[in-house]
Design a binder for this molecule. Sequence first.
Ligand code: COA
Ligand code: AMP
Length: 290
Amino acid sequence: MKGIELFSIRMRASAQGRHISGAERIIPAGDIPQVFSALYARAQSKGAPPEQIVITIENLANEGIERIPALDVATCAARDYSEARSTAAQVLESLGVSRDAVFSALQLLAKGPSSTGGVMRGAMVINAETGARLEPDQDRGIRASRFDWEPAASAAMDDALASAGLTHFRIKEALALASKAAHAPGIVAELCWSDDPDYTAGYVASSRTGYIRFPMMKPQGSAIGGRAFFVTAAGFSLAACTGYLCAQTVLINAAGRCKAPSSPAEVLAALTSTHDEDRTNRSAVAGAPQ
Ligand code: COA
Ligand code: AMP
């Protein structure tokens, strides 16, 4: 898609003042009619008929498009949502998120992180050391936008996910969002589970661990979920981070690998070896001749 003029096309649908579905793509002009129809059909596909559908098409003028690879995908076969959350907590701690910050994020996601205890319209931004919330509006949060797959990477990711039996459309969309977030300035890790009552999966993601998926991160039927971006304590710029998440156009140009499902113990053991490798590489670079 290099050299071709690209457009951001974004859909959101609501009923009785409530958001019911949203999705977006980055596409060449020639694809607009077909993608417009697909997004329109998607807006109608939720249980409740929408009262309002907003589809925005914006010429990106090909300014400053960043290309990144997708994160690798691992599935952690935890027994139930308690084990999934406790494994996710250990992954986050291994990434330098403090126990307090992890605990408070898990509590907030479990009860509903908005100021009234419901779901937010976007993500929390949490200081990885202190656990303090940094998003200016605790009902809105921060929403990542303007990301999509390049066609070849999209097809390769579909194949990789299908070979691993991961065919739900939400996985690929969440993976794209998490891949962008892992590249955002200051984000060290992300924790998410859906607020869709029929979708129990969640994940922890970071540039160091990849995307670790937990098929059951909440009880079936629960409409409470959310997303947390953990950010560095030192030198963090909320403006730079949210500017990147919301406005920087990002195309994913390489598929991630999908690993076979593993137990919580295997996931945690694999982390130790990844972190050891990281340390060895960092000291090799530090000790390398200039
Ligand atoms: N929940 C609740 N309300 C939402 C919402 C969400 N997830 N997304 C949008 N809205 C509503 C809000 O009222 C919002 O106003 P606010 O900014 O005060 O919260 C309003 O719509 C406008 O949102 P905006 O983001 O400016 O609209 P947009 O048309 O530019 O983009 C989306 C809409 C839904 C496409 C975009 O916000 C988004 O989430 N993109 C990522 C989609 C995706 O791939 N998600 C995968 C998640 S697993
Ligand atoms: P979902 O996986 O779509 O159910 O979203 C889970 C939670 O993530 C929602 O409850 C919102 O709080 C938050 N969220 C939704 N869209 C976005 C977005 N584009 N960027 C960041 N957070 C979002």
